[in-house]
Design a protein. Structure first.
Length: 133
């Protein structure tokens, strides 16, 4: 693509736009087909978190200051943990696995995703005096 005169930032912006457009279309289509269905709500939340993840990682690359880039990438990593917990929940409900221990694993995975978000943001408490350059 570089031989065609397209620069990487332009390609990235086009890809992000496509991801957001297609994802928003899927989110709205699935959610509004049956807003009360648990599977549809999980899918919509999962796609929304994917938006946050992808856009924060993209904004981290565009940030002019290192501190701002670090904030964007921490948000992206925090969302990633919850995103993968929701993927597990989606698979759990999509396959209709209703065994009792699967329900407990589902709750534990969501709880772990939320707890680990705090570790991502509180990392500076555990890793003080780190040189980020």
């Amino acid at each position: 693509l570089m031989g065609l005169g397209l620069e990487w930032p332009l390609i990235s912006k086009i890809l992000i736009f496509l991801i957001n457009t297609i994802g928003m279309g899927l989110l709205l289509l699935v959610y509004f087909s049956n807003p009360k269905a648990k599977l549809n709500r999980i899918f919509a939340l999962m796609v929304f978190l994917m938006f946050v993840w992808v856009n924060c990682a993209f904004l981290a690359r565009l940030a002019g200051k290192e501190a701002l880039a670090l904030i964007w990438i921490r948000i992206a990593w925090a969302i990633t943990l919850l995103f993968f917990a929701l993927i597990y929940s989606f698979i759990f409900y999509f396959t209709k696995e209703q065994k009792k221990y699967y329900k407990y694993l589902n709750i534990i995975s969501l709880f772990a995703g939320v707890v680990f978000i705090f570790f991502v943001f509180l990392k500076t408490l555990f890793c003080a005096n780190q040189d980020l350059s």
